[in-house]
Design a protein around this ligand. Structure first.
Ligand code: GSF
Length: 205
């Protein structure tokens, strides 16, 4: 399998963490989707990473589809419950949707800031996205409460998604004090950061 992506993307990191947890072999091909010469559209018409190229040449996106597929490949470190357990499975996917949604808002804020000249940046748009980030993080913190893990009493895809989202905010928005606002998320993040899968995929660039 070949993973196309960057070392800064939190969605790519989610896939890399899952590949590592499941001890799956893969090659990574770095792609900067923002360069005019990018060829990402040949693989993904949406022009986004991550993309996973399978052995038979088939291409898979987006990160949620990829990680769900990867979890089926081996019983090592099951990150989602079996299909029959619909409610528990949906709860974990809901956590993932929340973490990815907070990221989507953060990415939109960042693009507004770095890709538009200051006079064209919309304070209203940034505030709207910031509202999603704040409410999303508060919801993660409320749902986590005093529990050791996000969903149920074990490590799952929910924790992977939340860890990648929080790590990206520390990387790109160090001024957002999510640890101060939500100490329980900080505690979870510190625990996740000790895992080899997280240590080996710290965003860089
Ligand atoms: C989001 C991927 C994404 O926005 C997923 O795979 O989960 N829902 C998708 N990737 C960004 C890179 S980054 O911000 O992590 C991307 O490829 N953006 C290019 C573009 O044209 O939006």
């Amino acid at each position: 399998m070949k993973l196309i992506g960057s070392l800064t993307s939190p969605y790519v990191r989610k896939v890399r963490v899952v590949l590592a947890e499941k001890k799956l072999d893969y090659a990574i091909e770095l792609e900067d989707v923002w360069l005019p010469e990018t060829t990402i559209h040949e693989l993904n018409p949406l022009g986004k990473v991550p993309c996973l190229v399978l052995e038979d040449g088939d291409v898979m996106y987006d990160s949620r589809v990829i990680v769900e597929y990867l979890d089926t490949l081996t019983p090592v470190c099951k990150l989602l419950p079996p299909n029959g357990n619909g409610r528990e499975r949906a709860a974990i996917k809901n956590w993932e949707a929340l973490a990815d949604g907070v990221l989507d808002a953060g990415v939109a804020m960042r693009l507004e800031r770095i890709q538009r000249p200051p006079e064209l940046q919309s304070a209203e748009q940034i505030a709207r996205q910031m509202g999603k980030v704040e409410r999303g993080m508060a919801s993660m913190s409320d749902r986590l409460g005093d529990n050791a893990w996000c969903a149920g009493n074990h490590y799952s895809l929910a924790d992977v998604a939340v860890g990648c989202a929080l790590g990206w905010f520390s990387f790109r928005f160090p001024d957002i004090d999510w640890r101060g606002a939500h100490p329980n998320l900080g505690k979870l993040f510190d625990k996740l950061s000790e895992r080899a899968s997280f240590k080996d995929t710290v965003p860089q660039g």
